[in-house]
Design a protein around this ligand. Sequence first.
Ligand code: SAH
Length: 225
Amino acid sequence: MGDTNAPDRGEDLDFAVARRELVDALRQRLDVSERTLSAIDAVPRHAFVPADRRSLAYADRPLPIGHDQTISAPHMVAVMTDLLEVDRGDRVLEVGTGCGYHAAVLAEIVGPGNVFSAEYVPELAEAARDRLRRLGYDVVVRAGDGREVFRDEAPFDAASLTCAPTGGIPDAIVDQVRTGGRVVAPVQRKGALGLGGRQRLVRLTVREDGVDREDHGGVRFVPMR
Ligand code: SAH
């Protein structure tokens, strides 16, 4: 057997076909924009998942990425990306880079240099930074707490959390989003600790004198640290 990491053309084609089928299925199932779907269609998810999970890269399910963390299912990335309502040129803060997949999807929409992604686990941050660069994505990745590490880059047009804070979206993040901008995050109910606890997907729109809050249903994410 050869190097399992070496890309081969036949395999790339199979992946492209599987990806197109995934996007078609998402189009049937979800109420998301074509812009979001083309971003999903453009990103090689198989290059973000561990080599031994590659055959599952285009199944609509979350996958383990090491360090007890997971890459979200494609439909969740599509829904969250769509809720952010970002355009080319918008600057986006992502909290929870993980393997970098969601950051790449966002970068397809907002363009190079506009995604600022924070990852708490240094090894994951470094691996994602290398992977994104190798795949041609100009995403700024920093290791550390997403509440703090990109303060010097604020204000952002939007913020996306892929880990769940408890009790509500931290002010430290909302404060870094401009008036009129959006924050999308899974929020863990207070007192419901752990992965089995109840989480809701929440979208905030930042107003001059507070925030508008919408609930977008039950979700399950790793906790924010
Ligand atoms: N969007 C990712 C999935 C990330 S899983 C992808 O596409 O792969 C959530 C990530 O959030 C984990 O990697 C976890 O380490 C990270 N995380 C948890 N708390 C954090 C914090 N306070 N700041 C930054 N990252 C955090």
